[in-house]
Design a protein around this ligand. Sequence first.
Ligand code: HEM
Length: 209
Amino acid sequence: MQHELLSRLKNETAACHARLENALDLMRDDLQRDEYIALLERFYGYVAPWEDAAAACMPASLAGFFDERRKAPLFAADLAALTGERRPVGSVPQADMRYDLPRLHNIGDVFGSMYVMEGSTLGGRFIAPHVAGRLDLAPGLGMAYFDGYGPRTGSMWNAFRETAAASVPEIPYDDAVKPAIATFESLQSWLCPEAADIESAPSARGAAS
Ligand code: HEM
């Protein structure tokens, strides 16, 4: 009962997850280093403004809980390791809060959206070893985001679940599921604009080329 929110999030975003996982296709054997760098840059440009928007929506009592989960510095570290250049956030195109990010107004919104970001650490446990092996990355270099919390991934996920279940009031459960879906969808449009075009406007795509 306590985790009904988390089961709803999982079940009701499963199709979105499958769609994003397929579009990113990170587990393929011919993944190239420049494709991986381009994906990290794109992710970085979404996650940095998303974190500012989400932090602004968190109650002050959860500021520490949120801040220790910030992932933008992990992208900066990965990009610096892979390109040999310092990568401040302004070095990549930023998602615009008004058009590219889900709208976050209340605690249900922010936990629903954060579910997507925190859940990505679970997939990271499979992605990190695969991509590091495929691209022949030295241990600890270029994999900080997908390594996530490392051996603490399970405990950080459980702590996220507990805090989400304790913080989101039952009535706006729908308010948490909708922003989770909106987050997956906006992330997919941002990371894979071509796949989004094909689904939303197949004929326009043909006409544009
Ligand atoms: C691109 C390749 C991806 C693969 C192969 C992948 C794979 C997985 C796997 C295997 C799990 C289950 C892990 C477990 O239960 O221990 C998982 C969970 C999850 N992933 Fe992914 N994932 C990918 C990308 C993403 C991305 C980009 C996001 C969002 C930014 C994401 C969000 C989630 C969420 C929210 C869960 C938690 C589901 C739940 O148990 O409630 N995944 N993923």
